[in-house]
Design a protein around this ligand. Structure first.
Ligand code: 6GU
Length: 237
């Protein structure tokens, strides 16, 4: 997979893709990640990337010209009907479709070239959504100052699902959200730490009992914090 990130704050991405699973995936050649400064594609003498909103209002709006130029340079066309199969241009915006594990999985499975446009929270010119974006994604119901943290979250959620990224010792099959539930509690040594004991069931080697305990803990945790995962948004079971 190739991932190109378009941002007005390229330095924001510093070393975020240089650790753990993402770093390993890069070194294994599973993904190549490039970060581009939108300002580099501005052709006016002040290299403007944003401007005041038509109709008035607070804040600045991301201008279309440099973003169209960047997409033409990176994808080869700014006509989304002409994108190659396997190319997706995602606009990160709080107005987007909420990111879920199934979405990350679909992108990991289907996409060869992923372009992430980091919006700014005041807004992006609507012609960017209209003409360029194949998808608009939000990472949750809260406001960020810009799409940059969302681009990092989305990249992480996808890259770790690329075949080979997790290594043979771990697998995404049984994790939280893939199973539709939160994870069960984990413990490691020591068996007693500052008076807090590891549950006996985990120490007695009865794997059927351990599985049962884990399933029950996961269910309890999910019921307490994320009952919506069990009953759905509309209350169905
Ligand atoms: Cl993608 N962008 C911004 N600015 N805020 C967000 C978001 C994205 N997702 C959740 N909040």
């Amino acid at each position: 997979m190739r991932i190109d990130v378009l941002t007005i704050f390229p330095e924001f991405f510093g070393q975020v893709f240089e650790f753990g699973i993402i770093r390993r995936a890069k070194l294994a050649g599973l993904v190549k990640i490039n970060v581009h400064d939108i300002r580099e594609f501005a052709t006016d003498k002040h290299r403007m990337v944003d401007d005041r909103p038509f109709g008035g209002g607070d804040g600045m709006v991301l201008k279309p010209e440099p973003v169209f130029a960047a997409i033409e340079n990176i994808v080869g066309t700014s006509e989304k009907a002409a994108y190659e199969a396997g190319t997706r241009v995602v606009l990160l915006t709080p107005q987007g479709k909420p990111l879920k594990q199934a979405m990350a999985k679909e992108l990991a499975d289907e996409v060869k070239h992923l372009v992430l446009i980091c919006g700014r929270y005041e807004g992006v010119d609507e012609r960017i959504n209209q003409a360029l974006a194949t998808d608009e994604i939000s990472i949750g119901d809260y406001v960020l100052s810009g799409g940059e943290p969302a681009a990092i979250v989305l990249t992480d959620s996808i890259v770790r699902l690329l075949p080979g990224a997790l290594g043979s010792e771990t697998s995404a099959v049984n994790e939280s959200f893939t199973s539709g539930m939160l994870d069960y509690p984990h413990y490691t040594r020591p068996a007693e730490f500052r008076g807090m004991k590891v549950p006996d069931v985990l120490l007695n080697g009865n794997h059927a009992e351990i599985e049962k305990w884990r399933r029950n803990e996961a269910l309890e945790k999910t019921r307490r914090y994320r009952n919506d995962l069990l009953v759905g948004e509309n209350g169905e079971m």
